[in-house]
Design a protein around this ligand. Sequence first.
Ligand code: URA
Length: 240
Amino acid sequence: MGDREIGQFAAARSRTASAARYRDLMRTHVADHPLIAHKLTVLRDERTDSPTFRRLADELVTLLAYEATRDVRVVDVEIDTPVARAHGVRLAWPRPLVVPVLRAGLGMLDGMCRLLPTAEVGFLGLVRNEETLVPTTYASRLPDSLTGRQVYVLDPMLATGGTLAAVISLLIDRGADSVTAICLLAAPEGVAKLEKELAGSPVPVSVVTAGIDERLNERGYIVPGLGDAGDRLYGTVGSA
Ligand code: URA
């Protein structure tokens, strides 16, 4: 083998090694589209009121869902058009499962179901113990087994990543085939936390988001972010 061939062989081996490592990593996809950037900008603006925020979040989720469902499973079918026999596809069984994380994830559900109307919907609510910082589940409505299910988690803000990591781990433990989280915005700290916690996951995990911002502030808000997504979706509930 000449020097050039050895060089090519080494390069190919290193490409294979990095491809294998890449499979172990969580995939993070930042959807890059002018309409997404436009809607996100209006969403961030503090002058945007709750009804407009809800409508834009809904539209944004549908656009993100388009990217997030790129690997949704389909099966081949044959149908008859009014003109001729044609090949096509339809969504495979079992149906995809959509899981909004309470409370703010609920504001993303309609936008997701617009694209995947036949998906089944489960719910998860987690709360963080302020002493141990460990998130625990306070509400869960999921099929008993998630074996063979492609799961789409809806959580608008990937901030510290603690809750989302717990949600994704729970879904994997229940047998999910793949987990894709759709987040309006993410912080680098949250992405890093998910990559660390979910390294070596037995199933593919991905995050699809409209943007990765600069950082988290000392209160755990994404900077520049858009503020508290739950409050902006539903308005703050003050005492009477
Ligand atoms: N949750 C939010 O609603 N906003 C943030 O910036 C971080 C977490």
